[in-house]
Design a protein around this ligand. Structure first.
Ligand code: KG4
Ligand code: ZN
Length: 341
């Protein structure tokens, strides 16, 4: 069964559309990133995000169709992220998708953004099953065991902040801008990813779950101890570049260690797993990729990461999930599809 899907993703600050074909994979994967609109505020502003989605969604969908050499008449189904995300942003994508489905009389599939990330490493790779997957993005950090397409179990998730959120919040604290991940990685590399401050690693009592809000507090109090941060005014007092490098580097190594802790724990409990996948925006981080790869290969496990375009939010991963849902004969969503936070 071969079909072509148009997918739309607007759950946060990327307006994305992709066209995917069962036999050929992703034919196009287009997006408009709103980063420049949010940088001035130091983080995503929901109202700004939904307005921008409304402006761009039509253009991006047309770009995706054109790049794939398709029209609305030559696609078989429409997929859209309907959860979780910013309600106003999700609504734009879902309403647009419903309109397209109604106008073209094509089936509509509501897709879970997290399922999109969880299976994104399979877009370009055949992964030996079962495998452990860490999703680390700005909004989510989760650990899954994946047994097959659409067949997965959530082992753990973050109890508070996501890993990407830790990068973003600490970057804001250091006045390094948004998003934090790339700039933290750059600074850390400049001092060879040294662990200067040994911030606390996750408490083993968390089991499969993650917690990163304590790490943010540890960074903050470490800065206060060095007279580098004013807690009352919430202001950085010492903007020394060297200090920023040390914080960035220690943070990066700490988050990498937490991931390895979780993988070690999960592998000990699930010794039958064959591979490891690392996905989500944080999986763009080449230092963490390299370290996780070494950890996996030292244990005879294969290691997979999607290429960067499928790590950060994208519609290709949403189309990929819709494709296997159709192949698994799952029922399409009705036009009463609603958003879920
Ligand atoms: O998956 P994504 O695009 O959006 C969400 O679903 O949240 O992930 C965005 C997150 C941001 O927190 C950003 O700081 C992080 O991914 N990120 C990185 C890197 N590039 C992006 N984190 C660490 N290192 C990077 N190179
Ligand atoms: Zn995401």
């Amino acid at each position: 069964m071969n079909h072509t899907i148009l997918a739309i993703e607007t759950s946060c600050d990327e307006t994305a559309a992709a066209v995917y074909n069962t036999a050929d994979g992703c034919l196009s994967n287009k997006l408009f990133s709103q980063i420049d609109l949010h940088t001035v505020f130091g983080g995503v502003v929901p109202e700004v995000a939904s307005r921008s989605h409304m402006e761009k969604i039509g253009v991006i969908i047309q770009e995706a169709l054109d790049a794939a050499g398709k029209t609305l008449d030559t696609i078989d189904a429409i997929a859209v992220t309907h959860k979780p995300g910013l309600p106003g942003s999700l609504l734009v994508g879902v309403c647009f998708a419903k309109g397209l489905a109604l106008a073209t009389n094509k089936p509509l599939y509501g897709i879970d953004h997290l399922e999109g990330h969880a299976f994104s490493a399979q877009i370009e790779h055949t992964i030996p099953l079962p495998y452990l997957c860490i999703t680390a993005s700005g909004g989510h950090t989760s650990l899954y065991i994946i047994n097959g397409l659409g067949d997965y179990e959530t082992l753990g998730t973050t109890l508070d902040d996501a890993a990407g959120e830790a990068f973003d919040k600490i970057s804001k604290m250091l006045e390094l801008g948004y998003p934090g991940g790339p700039v933290i990685e750059k600074l850390a590399r400049e001092i060879e990813c040294k662990d200067v401050y040994s911030y606390p690693r996750n408490n083993p009592e968390l089991g499969y779950n993650f917690s990163f809000s304590g790490l943010k507090t540890a960074v903050l109090y470490n800065l206060v101890k060095q007279d580098a941060y004013d807690l009352k005014k919430k202001k950085l007092l010492n903007s020394s570049y060297t200090l920023k490098q040390k914080v960035a580097s220690s943070l990066l190594v700490c988050i990498k260690d937490v991931f390895i802790q979780k993988l070690s724990y999960a592998f000990a409990k699930n010794p039958h797993i064959k591979s490891i996948a690392f996905v989500g925006g944080v999986a763009c981080n080449t230092f963490i990729r390299k370290e996780l790869k070494e950890w996996a290969e030292a244990r005879g496990l294969s290691f997979f990461v999607p290429s960067p375009q499928y790590c950060t939010d994208n519609a290709g991963m949403i189309a990929h999930v819709a494709d296997y849902k159709i192949r698994l004969n799952q029922v399409a969503s009705g036009l009463d599809l609603d958003i879920l936070r």
